[in-house]
Design a protein around this ligand. Sequence first.
Ligand SMILES: Cc1ncc(C[n+]2csc(CCOP(=O)(O)OP(=O)(O)O)c2C)c(N)n1
Ligand SMILES: CC(=O)[C@@H](O)[C@H](O)COP(=O)(O)O
Ligand SMILES: [Mg+2]
Length: 642
Amino acid sequence: MTDRPNTPLLDQINTPADMKRLSDAQLSQVADELRAETISAVSVTGGHLGAGLGVVELTVALHAVFDTPRDKVIWDVGHQCYPHKILTGRRDRIRTLRQKGGLSGFTKRAESPYDPFGAAHSSTSISAALGFSVARDLGGAPPEGLGDAIAVIGDGAMSAGMAFEALNNAGHLKRRLIVILNDNEMSIAPPVGALSSYLSRLYAGAPFQEFKSAAKGAVSLLPPPFQEGARRAKDMLKHLTVGGTMFEELGFSYLGPIDGHDMDQLLPVLRTVKERATGPILIHAITRKGKGYAPAEDRADKGHATAKFDVVTGAQKKAPSNAPSYTRVFADALLAEAAADDRIAAVTAAMPDGTGLNLFAERYPSRCFDVGIAEQHGVTFAAGLAAGGLKPFCAMYSTFLQRGYDQVVHDVAIQRLPVRFAIDRAGLVGADGPTHAGAFDIAFLANLPGFVVMAAADEAELTHMVATAAAYDDGPSAFRFPRGEGVGVEMPERGVPLEIGKGRMIRQGKGVAILSFGARLSEVEKAAESLAARGITPTVADARFAKPLDRDLILQLAADHEALITVEEGAIGGFGSHVAQLLADEGVFDRGLKYRSMVFPDIFIDQAGPADMYAVAGMNAEDIEAKVLDVLGVERLGAARG
Ligand SMILES: Cc1ncc(C[n+]2csc(CCOP(=O)(O)OP(=O)(O)O)c2C)c(N)n1
Ligand SMILES: CC(=O)[C@@H](O)[C@H](O)COP(=O)(O)O
Ligand SMILES: [Mg+2]
């Protein structure tokens, strides 16, 4: 049981309007209570903790100063939005975060008018806020109109190309737009890159206490008490850097750095900006990820994401695992390949731990590249490595690879460059919900000429696919695997390259054939076991490849069976569509084959446990069993009894 914290002031806040009557001292107290409530809530749900704790004061100050929801606060990524949800009418549901039927772990327009823009992928906030600013100026959302647009973006997210595209456009359009750079010197891992070093230099030489008197130009921006020279205000003025930053060169006013945990700095600065800003302005706030909760602050990832935990000790409550994670299996297999081939290199876009490349970086630091949150660049950089004669493995989550799609097409596929895409988090991922589902990669890769597209049915298969990709040098290749643990199969010593475009037979049966592509195979096998008890013995095969298809296997299955069912963990337009195209081209349907393709339904599936999400998708063992019965025209047991 987790005790709820004592939160007398927070208890009085149902919406941000309730904060308008509070004094600055009371707002500081609200921040303390909000922090305690956030920790308590995440201790029972798990989720993204560190980022939210780092913006508690900022969240309170923004809602106290601005008039949300008329003013639009747009949280970049949205993983730091739990305190915002607590203050914006969702406190009663905050302990349902990321659960089935509960609150999303990110901002979501459908959830609240206080979430003006949904997110979960990074670096979209400035573009969206600029859109709101222009819509406001052009009279959007009558009759009440729109207010200010405020993007809150982290230092990690700021490293992405998209953020710079937005700064570039905003500096040109010169609309009133507020960007708050929430700089905690952390991404998920410590941030890398020249921008990160630049941001550090902006304040490293001049900590808040000892700023040089460079603030003259900002005096007019500050409210009267500041101009009158209150001691604290004077200190702050001395600390403000004005002129000469990269942001100013891009057309923004730059205000900062300020201490993003000090309400006595945040409140006056935000009030002043609200009152006086004309064009685009960037406020540089320095914060600490995990702020105020030692177990988070002390962790290497600053409590970025956590399982449920004990509030007092910080100890996480993780279920024991029975098999290695797919990510770990990938990392080990890649290390084995890299030991034998020094041309193998690896690329991650700010996800070294999530992709397992942290292990590669430890062993082969000179061959491992964390490019920051920069999937587009990461893909083309890998293409360059391949063109230069290396064997790059570009390790990305399926969902984040979406951002680099043109690069996959234009820079990799058209040039037939042998970039190996290691696609983690393929399929439905659970608590992160629809924004993070790896739903589309089969469709968007298998339609590219010359691509080899594989999916691992289990962790041993993954090892073989890593070896296959390492050996295959004739063009681009990809192998996909799900989030979480493998199925516990026996592991080979080392991966053995597979024959390109060849599947494997799992069990020979009759009547109906199920052709699985990827990790649904274990569910297919469960369905086959259950069907066997009723005297139905499906043939089961593992396609291994969506491209090139194993034509011989597929046509043989079609010839030998009354019905063929394909199963894959992906959206419409993927493996099943390619099989259907082959069958159509070969005239197999003309000869009467019954064909079904089990893919994700044409909806975005809300967060829940993976099994529940697959239940919604209709792709668990019982659904596969039902599909077999349906295609064979056999009544279900329950229905027959009824
Ligand atoms: C396009 C994209 N790539 C990768 C991620 C994974 N990701 C989520 S949060 C995060 C780090 C963000 O760092 P920062 O913006 O500094 O926010 P902080 O967590 O430090 O508050 C990353 C890499 C993502 N959400 N979107
Ligand atoms: C917010 C974000 O995009 C990441 O933190 C993501 O939630 C990580 O997912 P995994 O837990 O699957 O690594
Ligand atoms: Mg950060």
